[in-house]
Design a protein around this ligand. Structure first.
Ligand code: FAD
Length: 463
């Protein structure tokens, strides 16, 4: 079968890889000049199978309301005023409000438990799929199989974490609650912050690694297996007739302008003519941009961007840097070692389709990450600004968020049109499995996570 994958993030590339494994003929289209240059570029790097609770829980509405007035808040709702006309391109504010209402609908215990079961099922399946890819390809992506430790500076929050651990254990997730000394034994790099730590939780089977490096290397392996890549091409339209996608319209763009601050050389092309591409199946894996694209053909999926930030610093004292990826509960950020660099990432803003970092608010949030890494791991990495002679890399990405935190993987109501998007905070964790599952569905097979009778079968979209 000839399949076109729209989007070359972790989700699109994993989809392409698994389709090739099943013998299909694959083309990948992306507006960027290479794979993984949008949300899959500089995330926290955690393969977080066991820390996967959805944001929507019974306490979330009150917290979000309280945090609306703090620019450093981990979760920030920034209301977009509903508009019409050209500025309404990505839903003009209406979609944000609708998404917000759907999110509120998930903020109760019953929905939380239901969503956790789905996410845990996909996580376990995806972890195996990731290990299979690594075994088959030997891709090196600064992988560390040391687990994830979550430390707390507040006793109430630690007590609540104990209850959360019990719930997760009910669904087969092995998350241990431990005191400060045990956390420091697991990650001695936290010693200089020990006076503030009251305890934590630890999941030994989780891991970490660089999503961008993995995705770009897997993309090259897809190319070697015969996939065609059309980088620097924007998907303009899904051409529908008789409720079937007959083709897509794409156009070359000057992709360089989209990659400022990312160390990517821009390239010019004068080939700006629209082209039509035909296939037997089309998989939309365009991250946050999936929803507006699908709406053009009457498919409505609840995906909205949740902006997050990361800062990447050169490690100055490797012997004092953590090997276990850690989560700082107070700042709600993750700190991960990626080779000779340390990445700190976190915060979420439900605002506009905007991934720039020049605004005053973005600067405040980036500074907050820097301050936190210096407080927890003083002097371990070079946090100096450019002006001070440092070389920090600040970045922001748009998490394709669903109200449930469950990604949308499956077939749409339009023939030949498939979707693999909405992975929110866990796209790196769920990437390998989501790609494998959609490839199997397109191939006419039912993935094992949907068949499980004893466990919690995953519900695929449209099935
Ligand atoms: C700060 C931060 C920290 C995170 N930390 C983690 C973590 O530790 N662990 C984890 O599991 N997940 C994490 N995530 C989430 C994870 O990064 C995302 O879920 C994942 O990258 C989404 O991948 P994707 O392929 O769906 O989207 P993307 O990587 O954004 O890929 C979509 C692709 O579609 C292309 N595209 C879009 N529209 C068009 C169009 N019209 N035409 C052509 N191309 C188009 C884009 O160019 C892009 O390349 C984090 C995210 C953020 C922001």
């Amino acid at each position: 079968m000839k399949v076109i994958v729209l989007g070359a993030g972790i989700i699109g590339i994993s989809t392409a890889w698994h389709l090739l494994e099943l013998g299909h003929d694959v083309t990948v289209v992306d507006r960027q000049p290479a794979a993984a240059l949008e949300t899959s570029f500089a995330n926290a790097g955690q393969i977080s199978v066991s820390y996967c609770e959805p944001w929507a829980n019974k306490d979330a509405p009150l917290k979000a309301l309280k945090w609306m007035f703090s620019k450093e808040a981990p979760l920030l709702f920034r209301p977009q005023w509903p508009t019409f006309g050209p500025s309404a391109k990505f839903g003009g504010g209406w979609q944000q409000w609708r998404w917000g209402m759907q999110f509120l609908g998930q903020c109760n215990d019953a929905a939380f438990e239901r969503n956790v079961q789905q996410i845990v099922a996909l996580g376990a399946y995806s972890h195996l799929a990731l290990k299979d890819i690594v075994d088959a390809t030997n891709i090196d992506y600064n992988r560390l199989q040391q687990g994830i430790a979550h430390y707390f500076t507040d006793q109430h929050a630690l007590d609540a974490a104990g209850e959360a651990a019990l719930l997760m254990q009910k669904y087969g997730v092995s998350r241990q609650v431990m005191g400060r000394d045990a956390i420091l034994t697991i990650e001695p790099a936290l010693k200089s912050f020990a006076a503030h730590i009251v305890g934590g939780t630890y999941t030994a089977s989780d891991e970490s690694g660089d999503a961008r490096v993995f995705t770009q290397k897997l993309a090259r392996l897809c190319e070697a297996k015969g996939a065609e890549f059309l980088y620097g091409h924007e998907v303009l339209a899904l051409n529908k007739s008789n409720n079937t996608i007959k083709s897509i319209a794409v156009k070359a763009v000057n992709a360089g302008s989209r990659c400022q601050n990312r160390g990517i050389n821009s390239y010019e092309t004068d080939e700006f003519e629209a082209k039509t591409l035909m296939a037997d199946a089309f998989v939309v894996a365009c991250g946050s941009f999936t929803a507006p694209l699908l709406r053009t053909v009457g498919v409505d999926v609840p995906i909205y961007p949740g902006k997050g930030y990361s800062a990447t610093f050169k490690i100055l004292k490797p012997e004092l840097a953590p090997n276990v990826s850690v989560i700082d509960d107070q700042a709600k950020c993750a700190i991960t070692r990626l080779g000779d660099q340390l990445r700190v990432a976190g915060t979420i803003e439900i605002g506009a389709f905007d991934n720039t970092i020049s605004s005053n608010l973005s600067q405040i949030r980036c500074r907050m990450l820097t301050k936190r890494v210096e407080a927890v791991l003083p002097g371990v990495c070079d946090t100096r600004s450019m002006e001070e002679g440092g070389s920090p890399n600040y970045w922001s990405g748009l998490r394709p968020a669903t109200p449930t935190n469950i990604p949308i993987i499956g077939k749409t109501s339009v023939d030949k049109l498939w979707v693999n998007a909405g992975h929110g905070t866990l796209g790196w964790t769920h990437g390998a499995g989501s790609g494998k599952a959609i490839a199997q569905l397109i191939d006419g097979q039912m993935p094992v996570i949907a068949q499980s009778k004893a466990g919690y079968p995953f519900k695929f979209y449209g099935f």
